[in-house]
Design a binder for this molecule. Structure first.
Ligand code: IPM
Ligand code: MG
Length: 363
């Protein structure tokens, strides 16, 4: 028996999570997985209802479950909410409260979608990299932080901070992942300017001594941004801190032209994890029923694989998603090649239906 907490969130969150739940229910029943789910409000939806983006009942449910499936949070309507009560703060608190320090963000190109990238197809064909982003420290959480008056001038400030144990545990996670992949790890920092990066590099080097098979390299973050758009296939696994990882992972996701396709995992040290699509709440298309549910459906697959130990179910979902792509089904966001090929543009619900029927036909 395992329990999954479902957090639909805001914007397109509820629409895409609904489709992902249908897929989860289908494998749960057909493969007898014994998973129970419990839905809770989170983010802006929770702020509207309880005046808090992360109410205690939601936090406790997350604590007591084996995994969490999240849609997306946030939206411009909450820009005016008190800073500490904005949906994003709820997300940051949840990551911190559950100690979800290891954020795995794959950027891979689905062969069917090679033309959807903004880069030339030959630069991205076969791209398959993983960004390992530290998620519970760094600039996002460092103290002191705030806005205050200094010598009569309003001044905003944050602190970028990493302790040795924090660097060590994310480095270990990244080396372990590199061992299971191409055995190449690039650590990204700003060592030429920041003391925090000096320590980062030193600790990553030290951890690396226990992984002699992994080829370790270091790159400054500005160069890494350039290399990602110049020659992204040079990367296998990239490990970096919270803010650099936030920025680089958006760039990497877009390289694939598939931001609506990519799942992610945020893991603690014991394997519990929160799974969510890489993309945001897309308030501009919310409520229209056109959002692409595939990243969320693939997040379910990642959850089954990494936190719930149900690899066969995960494989079945991955195969069903490949099948619908091969059949030419596309939501609008990945339909760049619609004019050229035999492509059928579908809405959120139709995409969910197609994945379900691919699952049924395979079993
Ligand atoms: C992400 C998002 C979040 C972050 C926001 C919504 C707080 O951009 O998960 O990358 O910055 O970590
Ligand atoms: Mg981000």
């Amino acid at each position: 028996m395992s329990t999954v907490t479902i957090l639909p969130g805001d914007g397109i969150g509820p629409e895409i999570v609904h489709q992902a739940m249908r897929v989860l229910d289908a494998v749960n029943t057909s493969m007898n997985l014994g998973i129970t789910t419990e839905e809770h409000v989170f983010g802006g939806a929770a702020y509207d209802k309880h005046g808090d983006p992360l109410p205690d009942v939601t936090l406790n449910a997350c604590r007591n479950s084996d995994a969490i499936l999240l849609g997306a949070v946030g939206g411009p309507v909450y820009d005016k909410a008190p800073r500490d009560l904005r949906p994003e703060r709820g997300l940051l608190r949840l990551r911190a409260e559950l100690d979800l320090f290891a954020n795995l963000r794959p950027a891979m190109l689905f062969p069917e979608l090679a033309d959807a990238s903004s880069l030339k197809a030959e630069l991205v064909a076969g791209l398959d990299m993983m960004i390992v982003r530290e998620l519970t420290s760094g600039l996002y959480f460092g103290q002191p932080r705030g806005i205050e008056i200094r010598d009569g001038v309003r001044t905003g400030f944050n602190t970028m901070v990493y302790s040795e144990p924090e660097i060590e545990r994310i480095a270990i996670r990244a080396f372990e992942i590199a061992m299971q992949r191409g055995k190449r790890l690039c650590s990204v920092d700003k060592m030429n300017v920041l003391e925090v990066s000096e320590l980062w590099r030193e600790v990553v080097e030290r951890v690396g001594q226990s992984y002699p098979e992994v080829e370790l390299s270091h790159m400054y973050v500005d160069n890494a941004a350039m290399q990602l758009v110049r020659a992204p296939k040079q990367f296998d696994v990239m490990v970096t801190g919270n803010i650099f990882g936030d920025i680089l992972s958006d760039a990497a996701a877009m390289l694939t032209g598939s931001i609506g396709m990519l799942p992610s995992a945020s893991l603690d040290s014991e394997g519990k994890g929160m799974y969510e699509p890489i993309h945001g709440s897309a308030p501009d298309i919310a409520g229209q029923g056109i959002a692409n549910p595939l990243a969320t459906i693939l997040s379910v697959s990642m959850m089954l694989r990494y936190s719930l130990n149900k690899a066969a179910a995960a494989d079945a979902i991955d195969a069903a998603v490949s099948k619908v792509l091969k059949d030419g089904l596309r939501c609008k966001d990945i339909a760049n090649d619609a004019a050229a090929n035999e492509i059928k543009i579908v809405n959120t619900d139709e995409m969910g239906n197609a994945v379900l029927s691919a699952l049924n036909n395979a079993s």
